[in-house]
Ligand binder design. Structure first.
Ligand SMILES: Nc1nc2c(c(=O)[nH]1)N[C@H]1C(S)=C(S)[C@@H](COP(=O)(O)O)O[C@H]1N2
Ligand SMILES: [Mo]
Length: 219
């Protein structure tokens, strides 16, 4: 478990809710594996499922909602069908967790975050965007400039298929130029703010600017 959490979060491994989360997420494999070693193995594509919440409700097109609010002129709520009806963009990027695992050239498809921000009409005093999740626990944030990049998606597809529940479906964020902790799963809220509000891991010391090595920080 230590290796999956990364050095920056080492102090957290005894937190009961976090252990609960791992048991839930990994229970399917660990039940059949007395050694526990399969917990350290990636799935066939190379991903490790990650959730800090013990359990996450399932959402689909009947009950999924994404709200856009805060410092905007036109707050909005999107259903899954409404998001699917918007122009979709494909971004292929290297997925990299701070723990060291990496899945190169992973395709994501969805609505550019900038599109939803433009539709909402961001007010002049806005500086940042905060993301919340229907797991009820996780949050993330980006500066407004980062949020407007063309390689930041509100992703509906991952690996060519609708984003699965385990990967944060039906809708997750994908922030291609940054470490994967920035890519909030089970996305339910986008709120425009006047300053960066540090996200879940950032409260524990992770960098709000989670750039990958070699990322083009200007684009
Ligand atoms: N809601 C939520 N989003 C999250 C996380 C989480 O625990 N909860 N973990 C983050 C981290 S640290 C990583 S590495 C990726 C893992 O995504 P995956 O489970 O699809 O591999 O999701 C990120 N987004
Ligand atoms: Mo991660």
């Amino acid at each position: 478990m230590f290796s999956m959490l990364g050095a920056g979060a080492a102090g957290l491994v005894t937190a009961p809710y976090l252990q609960g989360g791992w048991e839930k997420v990994l229970g399917a494999v660990s039940r059949n594996d007395p050694t526990g070693l399969t917990e350290l193995l990636p799935d066939p594509a190379g991903f490790r499922y990650f959730s800090v919440a013990a359990s996450v409700p399932r959402k689909d097109r009947t009950n999924y909602r994404l709200t856009v609010d805060g410092l905007v002129d036109r707050p909005a709520t999107y259903t899954l069908d409404a998001l699917r009806a918007l122009p979709q963009t494909r971004v292929v990027g290297d997925v990299q967790c701070t723990d060291g695992w990496r899945v190169p050239r992973t395709p994501f498809e969805g609505v550019p975050l900038s599109h939803l921000l433009d539709a909402a009409g961001v007010r002049p005093e806005a500086r940042a965007v905060r993301f919340t999740c229907f797991d009820g626990v996780y949050s993330e944030s980006l500066t407004l400039a980062q949020a407007r990049r063309s390689d930041v998606l509100v992703a509906l597809k991952m690996l060519g298929e609708p984003v699965t529940h385990d990967h944060g479906g039906p809708v997750r964020l994908y922030v291609a130029p940054m470490f994967f902790y920035k890519s909030a799963k089970w996305l339910s809220g986008i709120s425009v703010t006047d300053k960066v509000i540090p996200g879940y891991w950032e409260e524990y010391g992770y960098d709000v600017d989670g750039w990958l090595d070699g990322a083009d920080r200007s684009a």
